[in-house]
Design a protein around this ligand. Structure first.
Ligand code: C2G
Length: 129
């Protein structure tokens, strides 16, 4: 059982999110997602439209996602990787280099983002609607 792990806010889920989840799932046999809590998003300086429970419900409905758990701090990745026995940590390339110190316990992969879409752009379009 090859486990892939990733992290994110996944607010207003869009095809950019779905594409990276699909690519990460296809690198192994299951994909586990650390979903940023509302409190952690405040720490990240990120405002969300949907609260954690709603974002979790949407993410769990994605066929590429096998499990979702709360991401409450920057420092939990090492413990998470060991707990779920992840073989790969995958993140969008906007995070390139940020998690290299975890290379000693997991393969770290940075994946190209889908540049044509972002939650911010969706929010701006909705505001003009
Ligand atoms: N993503 C993407 N294409 C987009 C938008 C996002 O590939 N158009 C990817 C990001 O690179 C990230 C994942 O989707 O790997 C989730 O993106 P966000 O919800 O914005 O998550 P982020 O704020 O980057 O949180 O500890 C790590 C953080 O929790 C990551």
């Amino acid at each position: 059982m090859k486990t892939v792990i990733t992290y994110g806010t996944f607010d207003l889920l869009h095809h950019g999110h779905v594409r990276i989840l699909k690519r990460l799932r296809n690198m192994g046999d299951r994909l586990i997602v650390g979903l940023s809590t509302d409190e952690f998003n405040r720490e990240k300086g990120k405002k969300t439209i949907l609260p954690y429970d709603a974002r979790k419900e949407v993410l769990e409905a994605v066929r590429y996602v096998d499990g979702v758990f709360p991401e409450i701090s920057w420092d939990q990745k090492r413990d998470d990787i060991i707990r779920v026995r992840a073989a790969i940590l995958g993140m969008g390339h906007d995070w390139a280099g940020k998690f290299d110190e975890l290379e000693e316990i997991v393969e770290v992969r940075y994946i190209p983002r889908t540049e044509s879409v972002s939650t911010t752009e969706i929010k701006q379009a909705a505001a003009r609607y």
